[in-house]
Design a protein around this ligand. Structure first.
Ligand code: AMP
Ligand code: GLY
Length: 423
């Protein structure tokens, strides 16, 4: 079976790497891919939101299954585009249709969903320019820190956590009146601050049955000790030591089951990954956010731990037979460390030659922002590489990641030396 992975990051390289291991995988394609996907798939020069271009590639290459990596094409309705096109209707798409993708595309929609289905999350209210005054009054009545979230997709930048009341009001005005995050902040969710430790939970579902993948934790801040600006993710580990069996059971019962049942009750077909961003408040799990795709760099530790044939899992999702499969997970500890470009997460450098990849073919080096230019592999993004290793204990896995990274270099390379420091 010919397969296409849409996207160009570390997540998509990991998906290609894992799919390529399936004896059932025919020709594998990535659109647009990167220098890493080019090693296990054929890159197609098509953008993730170019649905007509993707259609042409799917037909020309007789692709039968499409896995959508990033959220944007899902929120833009790529799955609906396939269903509504007679030439594409039979092609399997892993990723929800537009309606369910709104769980990621609109924070207010996600909050209303959780409230309707009694899923534990922070208390909240939503505001637009029309009721700005009420929003300001809501802030005055709330306790700091204040959590302000742009309703729409804002490339991971739309959440503000502010300690000062006047500053929070000013930000609220800028979001609603001056469109600080463009259209994404024409509505703002203000919610209760939840103190606790975060983790990522991925659930693969065909809409009724589901498999809960191993838990992961990502390290979002640029600086060591979890300091400095937020990034897309600087590293990740799986499993998460503080997730006990009791806590896992709570997540399953209070959050995962009502989420999947809620999707069914609300008539939202969902074939793909529900990414539940969780926070452990005391001993209780609460939902911080939903995403409708895999996380990056969590994918780089979660997929390597799954022993099942990934293509078989995806086919079962497409055919709505996921109940026939049980998940097999490697009990080893996996860690990944992300190497970034100089300047990231602010304006960063590109086009730097990457040295030291040769001779490390046996290592799990996933490309995130790279391009191949003739004989050279160069940086092309903020997050450049994610290096994954296994160990019986987390120290072993991390040591191996750092050993691999010590042989890699490009001008301006930066990575956190303390991933897993809190475990
Ligand atoms: P999000 O884009 O929704 O993942 O939010 C970005 C980050 O903001 C999260 O990973 C949390 O660290 C933090 N955050 C979001 N909502 C809350 C909340 N209600 N309480 C505490 N921290 C939050
Ligand atoms: N690592 C968090 C995300 O992919 O959104």
């Amino acid at each position: 079976m010919n397969v296409l992975v849409i996207g160009a990051g570390g997540r998509e390289h990991t998906l290609c790497w894992k799919l390529k291991q399936s004896p059932r995988c025919g020709r594998l394609f990535a659109a647009p891919g990167n220098a890493g996907t080019a090693k296990c798939a054929t890159n197609l020069p098509v953008g993730v939101n170019d649905f007509e271009g993707i259609k042409k590639a799917v037909i020309a290459n007789e692709i039968k299954l499409v896995i959508v990596g990033p959220e944007e094409p899902l929120v833009n309705g790529i799955h609906d585009f396939f269903i509504n096109d007679t030439a594409l209707a039979k092609v399997g798409v892993i990723g929800p249709q537009k309606k369910a993708a709104t769980l990621e595309g609109s924070k207010a929609f996600a909050k209303a969903f959780m409230s309707r289905h009694n899923i534990p999350t922070a208390a909240y209210d939503e505001f637009t320019a029309e009721n700005l005054k009420e929003g300001e009054a809501f802030l005055t009545q709330s306790n700091p820190p204040y959590v302000l979230k742009a309703d729409g997709l804002a490339a991971g930048k739309g959440v503000l956590i502010i300690h000062d009341l006047e500053e929070a009001k000013k930000e609220l005005r800028e979001m609603l009146l001056e469109q600080k995050f463009g259209k994404a902040s024409s509505k703002v969710v203000i919610e209760e601050f939840l103190p606790g430790i975060e983790l990522s939970c991925f659930v693969l579902t065909d809409g009724s049955s589901y498999l809960t993948l191993p838990m992961a934790k990502d390290y979002k801040r640029i600086g060591e000790g979890d300091t400095g600006l937020n990034t897309g993710g600087m590293g990740a580990v799986s499993p998460v030591p503080f997730v006990t069996e009791v806590f896992k059971e709570k997540i399953e019962r209070q959050i995962i089951k009502p989420t999947i049942e809620g999707l069914q009750k609300d008539g939202m077909p969902f074939k793909g990954f529900v990414f539940i961003g969780l926070i452990k408040v005391g001993e209780e799990p609460k939902v911080i956010e939903y995403n409708v795709r895999l996380g990056d760099p969590e994918t780089e530790v979660v997929l390597p731990r799954i022993k099942n044939d990934l293509l078989t899992l995806f086919q079962a999702v497409h055919e709505e037979k996921l109940d026939e499969i049980s998940l097999e997970v490697d009990p080893s500890f996996a860690a990944t460390i992300v190497a970034t470009s100089g300047g990231y997460p602010e304006a960063y450098e590109k086009e730097k030659i990457i040295y030291g990849l040769e001779g490390q073919q046996d290592k799990m080096i996933f490309h995130a922002g790279t391009t191949q230019q003739e004989e050279e592999i160069k940086t092309s993004g903020g997050r450049v590489l994610a290096v994954t290793s296994f160990g019986i204990k987390h120290q072993e896995a991390l040591k191996d990641c750092y050993e691999t990274l010590s042989k890699i270099n490009f001008e301006g390379i930066n990575y956190r030396k303390d991933i897993g420091f809190d475990l």
